[in-house]
Design a protein. Structure first.
Length: 273
């Protein structure tokens, strides 16, 4: 069995029961480190990648070619399944989404996520009918190529929808009917809201984003019925936070006290040996 086929099978099996964490590296080094820490699967982060390129996290900041090259770098750096943060498919129409999804599948991913936020200058959410067509297009592209897991994201909590829970449930139910394997409403934080989403889209597995310490542990999310937990750009932002604090102290005060938290040189060498 070739690595891509093996990873796709094991990734699908992870979603069959229990609850697992799928952290988000932003480059090959962070991906290798996360694998060595024992995580069974990884997911890319478009925001983390954008920051590493000196770009903001915006729907139109990254070119699809650069994204695909980055995804392939992560896939080739590790021997665990990788799911791609594929934003809104980097295309205006369903045919374009399908074409780009096929290219993403060719990069060796075990899964990919598709969100329902319009690129600039329009912004906001796609109409539900448009978003459903895009999920259907992604599903058809995947089914014609490989057993890749499709995650559909309802971005209602992130765009300031007036009733984000009800609208997320409505959209996720339709995305499930359109062929999504996993459902995801990034931004949901309250226990009752998480439980409602899990119950309303059952038996489809649900991903929850933990982008900050909300007091919930993996065990809490498991009890709520969550199947998969990602952290989005959080690990990249933790790294950036330490970097900015240390560099800022040098620039502002001429002192090097911020370097005390640096990883041990030999530890890093051993990690990547």
């Amino acid at each position: 069995m070739d690595p891509a086929t093996r990873h796709r099978a094991s990734f699908r099996a992870l979603h069959a029961h229990g609850c697992f964490v799928i952290p988000n590296p932003w480059d090959a080094g962070s991906a290798k480190a996360l694998q060595k820490l024992g995580f069974a699967a990884l997911a890319t982060t478009s925001a983390g990648f954008a920051f590493s390129r000196g770009l903001p996290d915006a729907p139109d900041a990254l070119a699809v070619g650069d994204v695909l090259e980055h995804i392939a770098d992560i896939v080739n750096a590790v021997d665990v399944p990788v799911s791609a943060d594929f934003q809104a498919g980097y295309a205006d129409d369903p045919d374009g989404v399908a074409a780009n999804v096929r290219r993403c599948v060719d990069a060796g991913v075990a899964g990919l996520s598709l969100e329902d936020t319009r690129p600039e200058p329009h912004g906001g959410l796609f109409e539900v009918s448009e978003a459903v067509e895009r999920v259907q297009a992604a599903r058809a592209a995947i089914d014609g190529a490989a057993d890749v897991l499709l995650t559909a994201r309802a971005e209602c909590f992130l765009v300031g929808h007036p009733n984000p829970l009800a609208e997320s449930v409505r959209r996720l139910q339709q995305y499930a009917e359109a062929g999504a394997d996993v459902l995801f409403a990034p931004g949901v934080r309250e226990r009752d809201q998480i439980r409602t989403i899990v119950e309303e889209v059952a038996p489809k597995p649900v991903n929850v984003l933990m982008s900050a310490d909300t007091g919930l542990a993996v065990s809490d999310l498991a009890r709520l019925g969550v199947r998969r937990v990602s952290v989005g750009s959080a690990l990249a932002r933790v790294a950036w936070g330490s970097f900015l604090d240390a560099a800022g102290t040098i620039a502002r005060d001429g002192r090097f006290t911020g370097l005390h938290g640096a990883a041990d040189f030999q530890r890093l060498n051993t990690l990547f040996d």
